[in-house]
Ligand binder design. Structure first.
Ligand SMILES: C[S@@+](CC[C@H](N)C(=O)[O-])C[C@H]1O[C@@H](n2cnc3c(N)ncnc32)[C@H](O)[C@@H]1O
Length: 556
């Protein structure tokens, strides 16, 4: 007899078929409690097209507004500005999951019921993130989601359920949280053919709508799309639309993916116009039962955990976010003049420091896969000196900190006499009659000429030291995190416990520390953040020293 899981899968396959989906060389199968379901190869396909999904099945804002039952109400909510395009899709998911006879039921039943992003963490698991950017972001997002739910979503969902005669159904915050996590962990930015999206090019589209097979489970939609619905980016013949694509969204992530997803507007590749398909990226035939992964992009653990609820140990795409707190700006000397200068320079108060940047710094790690991503490129320093007094520093090519952020810090660090000198230089440049308008580069160059780098590096060193202290305050050092990870025994629900690292002997085995996957992910992420903070701090301290030496040497 089929297990409940198998029965759910079978119903889902029938639903996919009824909605025009073709599983040509793959099947959907349960992987494990960590990854959930995934897509696996099940036969050889000569053209490499593994899965074909009609674009009509995608859950997009247009699709929500075309829904025969919910569409008209959703459309007016959208047109009146009560909801944006993402919220529309979340509303559909929330309502359809609560409705008894939803035509989406076979799909929704296949989706996870709980998630591993920090919005779902217990208090204890959240504590493991203390001191990280993600901890603060999660706190803020939790508050904003609860408030959105209380002030808007609850009533809108009730209103939509009433349309189905189901006003008695109780709506809970958790239903909306679920829809939010489904959306963020599965949505794709789909490059749709313009002719498919806009009604004035309807003819091309009409020939694409797959014919139903008469089964009741086909998800229906009503006709026209209108231009004013669109909240999308247009690029030539392509309109980028966010949405969920049932079927394709069961692909798990791998940085060395087996497949890519594409849109086939004309049907020239798949024989099925206006569809999305999964294309094998492997030069040789796939092995039967091989998992078909796609790449979600080069993402650091912060982003992976926030969006998808998983992390990669020793992630080469990790990055550190450093920001100068806006509130601190009001407390420094000459804050008003400095704020004005920051504005003219279009200064950035934060910067992202990808791990890969370290490769070109003073202390390269030597572990990066060079050339694979260009995250690590520093914007070349545009310092120049119009008086020729300040020489380009000898270390300039080793600096890993973005020039835009250095500009901000130089401005914040200025002393009274420096501010005075910068002002007179700029006045000279503008001319007595105000002949010339100052550009951001004029101001940047003047500040650099007068101040050099040491003040900026000093602030950077302070920011990074504070960051390291915050990170270590509740959870100790990077080494203690490493030790925890070595001893971790991860408890996954419904399954055997996982030992991510092997222990040498029995006594070590007894030292195992039992922890949830969420806690383990938090420690992997925070350890990476501690490591990056330490390494970037080392770069900043060294740069500070060099800049002070050179300054002592040049300034009389
Ligand atoms: C687009 S869905 C993929 C299908 C999903 N596995 C399911 O059961 O519905 C993305 C989610 O799959 C899981 N996932 C994908 N790739 C993973 C990976 N490399 N490691 C762990 N979990 C992964 C995460 O839970 C993520 O939020």
């Amino acid at each position: 007899m089929a297990t409940p899981e198998e029965a759910k899968l079978e119903t889902f396959f029938q639903w996919l078929q009824a909605n025009g989906v073709e599983l040509r060389g793959c099947k959907i199968k349960y992987c494990d409690s960590r990854k959930g379901f995934g897509i696996f190869s099940d036969k050889d396909v000569s053209d490499g097209v593994l899965l074909v999904v009609p674009l009509d099945l995608a859950i997009t804002p247009m699709r929500v507004m075309q829904d025969p039952l919910l569409g008209p109400a959703c459309r007016s909510m959208f047109e009146e500005g009560h909801v944006d395009d993402r919220l529309l899709m979340m509303l559909l998911l929330t309502v359809e999951r609560l409705r008894k006879n939803s035509l989406w039921k076979p799909y929704l039943d296949m989706l996870p019921t709980t998630f591993h992003n920090p919005l779902w963490f217990s208090d204890d698991e959240l504590q493991a993130l203390r001191g990280t950017t993600l901890y603060r972001a999660t706190e803020l997002q939790k508050k904003s989601l609860v408030s959105l739910y209380e002030t808007k979503v609850k009533d809108l969902v009730k209103k939509l359920l009433t349309l189905d005669g189901a006003s008695e159904i109780e709506v809970r915050y958790e239903d909306f949280l679920w829809a939010n996590s489904v959306f963020w962990s599965r949505a794709l930015n789909i490059p749709m053919p313009r002719s498919y999206v806009f009604p004035e090019m309807q003819e091309a589209r009409e020939s694409c709508i797959p014919e139903g097979d008469g089964k009741g489970s086909q998800v229906k939609q009503s006709e026209n799309l209108t231009k004013e619905m669109m909240c999308t980016t247009t690029q030539g013949d392509t309109v980028w639309v966010e949405g969920l694509v049932p079927g394709i969204d069961f692909c798990n992530h791998d940085l060395k993916p087996i497949a890519t997803w594409e849109v086939d507007g004309t049907g020239s590749t798949t024989g099925a116009p206006c569809c999305m398909y999964l294309q094998s990226a492997s030069p040789s035939p796939l092995q039967i039962d091989q998992e078909i992964s796609i790449s979600y992009g080069n993402k650091g653990n912060e982003e992976l955990l926030y969006l998808y609820g998983f992390v990669i140990d020793d992630n080469t795409d990790d990055y550190l976010m450093v920001h100068y707190p806006a509130e601190a700006l009001n407390t420094i000397s000459f804050s008003e003049s400095k704020s004005q200068l920051l504005e003219v320079q279009k200064a950035e108060m934060r910067c992202l420091l990808p791990k890969a940047l370290l490769e070109q710094g003073f202390f390269p790690l030597g572990t990066q896969n060079k050339g694979e991503n260009n995250n690590g490129k520093v914007d070349q320093v545009a310092n120049y000196s119009w008086s020729g007094q300040r020489k380009t520093p000898s270390y300039v090519n080793k600096l890993v900190f973005p020039e835009k952020f250095m500009t901000t810090l130089r401005t914040i660090a200025m002393q009274e006499d420096e501010l005075y000198k910068v002002s007179s230089m700029l006045e000279e440049l503008v001319g007595p009659e105000g002949e010339r308008e100052l550009s951001d580069t004029d101001v940047q160059a003047a500040i650099w000429e007068v101040c050099g780098d040491s003040g900026a590096f000093q602030i950077l060193v302070d920011l990074l030291r504070v960051k390291l202290m915050d990170l270590e305050e509740g959870s100790g050092t990077e080494e203690s995190d490493l030790d925890l990870l070595k001893k971790a025994l991860i408890i996954d629900s419904h399954e055997n416990n996982k030992h991510p690292s092997k222990m040498e002997n029995e006594s070590e085995e007894q030292e195992r520390i039992v922890m949830s996957r969420n806690k383990w992910s938090s420690i992997v992420y925070r350890r990476g953040q501690k490591q990056l903070t330490r390494l970037f701090l080392k770069e900043a301290e060294h740069a500070l020293q060099l800049s002070q030496n050179e300054q002592d040497f040049t300034v009389p």
